[in-house]
Design a protein around this ligand. Structure first.
Ligand code: GAL
Ligand code: CA
Length: 368
C-alpha cells in the first residue's frame, strides 16, 4: 500500500519536473518569434487563450506547413493544435463546434468546402461573436465577409495565384536554354497539371501560366491539361499515361503545386528522364508552386527547374497576429506589415520565384 502511494507520488513529482523543464525550454523560442512577438511574452505565465485552428486535410502538404506555421507563431500567444478536417465538411463542422465549446477565443480555418463558410461564421457568431480567420482557400462570398466585422482572410496573392510568376520563370528559362525547344518548331510542347477543379485557384493558375507565356510571344502546343487534384499520387498516374504517349517530345511540365510536380517527377524518372538532373540524356523541365521543403533538393539537383514560393510561415504569423488583435479588440492590422484588400477582407502574402539561384529564400521560410 505504502509502496504504491510512494510510486504514485514519485510519478507525480517526475511529471511535474518534466513539465516545468519543457516549458522552460520553450520560453527562449518565444522571444525569437519575429513578427509575432510584442504581446507574446507578458502573457507567457498566464493561461493562454485558445485558438481553434484547422486545415481542410492533413494529406495536403502545403496546408500541413501552414498548420505548423500557425502552431509556431502561437507560442506564448495562444494555446492551439491543428485539427485535420479530413477533407470532409461534416468533420470540420464538428471540430469547429468542439473548438467553440472548449471556449476558443478565435478560430482559424482552411475550409474543406468554401460554400460552408456561412455556416462556420454563424457558429462563431452564436458562440459569442468569436473572430474567424479563413486561410488558404479563398472565400469569394463578399456579402458574407461584409456581414460580420470579425471575419477576415489570409491568403496568397489572388487573381493569378502565383501563376504569372510561374509563366515568367518559364519564359526566362526558354530564353536562356534554347535546347528546350527539342523539335525546333518554335513552340513549347507543354503538359499542364491542374489543381482540384473545385478550388478557386485551379482555373486561374492553369490560365495565367499559359497567357503569360503566350503574351511573351512563345507559342504553346498544349499536349495535355488535366487535374491531378493537388495530389502526388494522382498526378503521377496522369503523367504515367502521358509520358508513355509523348515520351521525349514533352518540352515542359507545369504543375499547379509542388505535390503534383513531385508526382510528375516520379513518373518521368521511372521512364528514364531527369535522373542526372539537367545533365540527363532525356530531360523535361518541371516547375511547381509552393516551394515546399521536399522539392528544394530536387531543384538543387536539377531534377526540377523551380517553384513559386507560397510563404506559409508569414501566412501563419499573420493569421496568429490578426487573431490576437481581434481577441484583444485592437485594430486587426496592428503590427502587420501588409495591407487589407477591402472587398475580400484579405491579407495577401506575395509569392516569390524560386530557382537553384535563390533556394536560401525558401529554406529560410521553412526553417523553424
Ligand atoms: C494552394 C496550394 C496547393 C494546395 C491548395 C489547397 O494554395 O498551392 O498546394 O495546398 O492550396 O487549398
Ligand atoms: Ca518545340
Amino acid at each position: 500500500m505504502n509502496k504504491k502511494l510512494l510510486s504514485v507520488l514519485l510519478i507525480l513529482v517526475m511529471t511535474t519536473v518534466l513539465f516545468v523543464g519543457c516549458s522552460k525550454e520553450d520560453t527562449p523560442k518565444n522571444n525569437t518569434d519575429g513578427k509575432t512577438n510584442g504581446t507574446t511574452n507578458d502573457k507567457a505565465d498566464d493561461k493562454l487563450p485558445i485558438l481553434g485552428a484547422g486545415i481542410y486535410s492533413s494529406s495536403d502538404n502545403f496546408n500541413s506547413y501552414i498548420g505548423k506555421a500557425i502552431v509556431n507563431a502561437s507560442k506564448g500567444v495562444f494555446e492551439t493544435n491543428i485539427e485535420d478536417g479530413q477533407n470532409d465538411q461534416g468533420t470540420q463542422n464538428n471540430q469547429t463546434d468542439t473548438m467553440l465549446a472548449k471556449g476558443a477565443k478565435a478560430i482559424a480555418l482552411s475550409v474543406v468546402d468554401t460554400t460552408a463558410a456561412p455556416v462556420l461564421v454563424q457558429k462563431a457568431i452564436d458562440a459569442g461573436n468569436i473572430p474567424v480567420i479563413f486561410f488558404n482557400k479563398e472565400i469569394m462570398d463578399q456579402e458574407l465577409l461584409a456581414s460580420y466585422d470579425k471575419v477576415y482572410q489570409v491568403t496568397s496573392t489572388g487573381g493569378d495565384y502565383g501563376a504569372s510568376i510561374q509563366g515568367q520563370m518559364i519564359i526566362d528559362y526558354w530564353n536562356a536554354n534554347p535546347e528546350v525547344d527539342k523539335n525546333g518548331d518554335g513552340k513549347l510542347q507543354l503538359i499542364v497539371l491542374m489543381g482540384d477543379p473545385g478550388h478557386t485557384a485551379a482555373q486561374p493558375r492553369a490560365q495565367y501560366v499559359k497567357t503569360t507565356i503566350e503574351e511573351a510571344g512563345i507559342e504553346i502546343d498544349l499536349l495535355e491539361e488535366d487535374t491531378g487534384m493537388w495530389d502526388t499520387a494522382k498526378a503521377k498516374d496522369k503523367m504515367d499515361a502521358w509520358v508513355s504517349k509523348y515520351g521525349d517530345s514533352i518540352e515542359f511540365i507545369v504543375a499547379a503545386n509542388d505535390a503534383m510536380a513531385l508526382g510528375a517527377l516520379q513518373s518521368i524518372e521511372a521512364a528514364g528522364f531527369n535522373n542526372e538532373g539537367k545533365e540527363s540524356d532525356m530531360y523535361i523541365p518541371i516547375i511547381g508552386i509552393d516551394a515546399l521543403p521536399e522539392v528544394l533538393d530536387r531543384i538543387e539537383s536539377g531534377e526540377m527547374m523551380g517553384s513559386v514560393l507560397q510563404d506559409a510561415r508569414t501566412q501563419g504569423e499573420v493569421i496568429v497576429k490578426m487573431a490576437d488583435n481581434l481577441v484583444n479588440d485592437r485594430d486587426p492590422l496592428e503590427g502587420i506589415d501588409f495591407e487589407l484588400e477591402p472587398g475580400a477582407k484579405a491579407i495577401r502574402v506575395p509569392y516569390q520565384p524560386i530557382t537553384i539561384d535563390n533556394l536560401d529564400v525558401a529554406k529560410e521560410t521553412y526553417a523553424e
